[in-house]
Design a protein around this ligand. Structure first.
Ligand code: CA
Length: 240
């Protein structure tokens, strides 16, 4: 039954684009092809929207106000595996190798036909799906409203699938595997990020905040993932 609801779910694309003429055409075209579309009009807005939502794919223009597409791509890649397709304008000096090196999945050049774009989006998503669902054994963790299928990398809250990014998944898994135990910030950071933990010490808190927004009825007064002030976080044992 979870399978069915998953296949009915629409793909949500974050379109990062500052040219109004493109925005309208893309929104209408992609909607017609069955995609949900959210628009970010500059690089900063893209990062803000990305932090608050789970997108299935990002269509990322290179020349943007505030933050360039390359910076947006780097930034998102440091926290997520979401597929990214870069869009460049004809005549722009573009280093394709650099783009792939910083983690873009594909690129298209403006002007493009909608059909070509949609074909590329579908191809990238298909590649991703095949890659993510190869190993389907049966480790399932259940705590409170959460059911986590570890090997399929899927997570359900009250039976509804929620999309978790890689680190969010790892963090929630660690908490679920230690219900009732306080996990210190150091342990969480070490086990989830290891040497990947760079920069902002708030990264852990940002991830916790996002998990709460997905699993808690009232994220501001969480019942499941609680804060142990000055120490860390704990997944509360389910009360009967
Ligand atoms: Ca642009």
């Amino acid at each position: 039954m979870s399978k069915r609801s998953n296949s009915e779910k629409r793909v949500h694309v974050l379109v990062v684009e500052d040219e109004e003429s493109f925005i309208d055409a893309l929104t209408i075209g992609l909607n017609r092809e069955g995609f949900d579309v959210t628009i970010a009009r500059d690089g900063q807005e893209a990062l803000t929207l990305f932090a608050r939502n789970a997108f299935d794919l990002i269509l990322l223009d290179l020349m943007l106000p505030k933050l360039s597409g390359l910076d947006v791509c780097r930034s998102i890649r440091s926290i997520s595996d979401v597929p990214i397709i870069i869009v460049s304008a004809k005549g722009e000096e573009v280093d394709m190798v650099l783009m792939l090196e910083i983690g873009a999945d594909d690129y298209v050049t403006k002007p493009y036909r909608l059909r070509e774009l949609v074909a590329r989006i579908r191809a990238v998503l298909r590649r991703r799906e095949v890659h993510e669902h190869v190993d389907l054994s049966e480790e399932v963790i259940e705590q409170g409203p959460i059911r986590m299928d570890v090997d399929a990398r899927r997570c359900f809250v009250n039976g509804e699938e929620v999309k978790l990014r890689k680190k969010e998944f790892a963090l929630l898994r660690l908490l679920l595997e230690n219900p009732g135990r306080v996990l210190t910030r150091e342990v969480l950071i070490d086990r989830v990020w290891g040497n990947d933990y760079v920069g902002d010490t708030k990264t852990l808190d940002v991830h916790i905040k996002r998990l709460r927004s997905l699993i808690e009825d009232e994220p501001k007064s969480p019942r499941h993932i609680t804060t142990v002030r000055g120490v860390g976080y704990r997944f509360e044992l389910t009360k009967p």
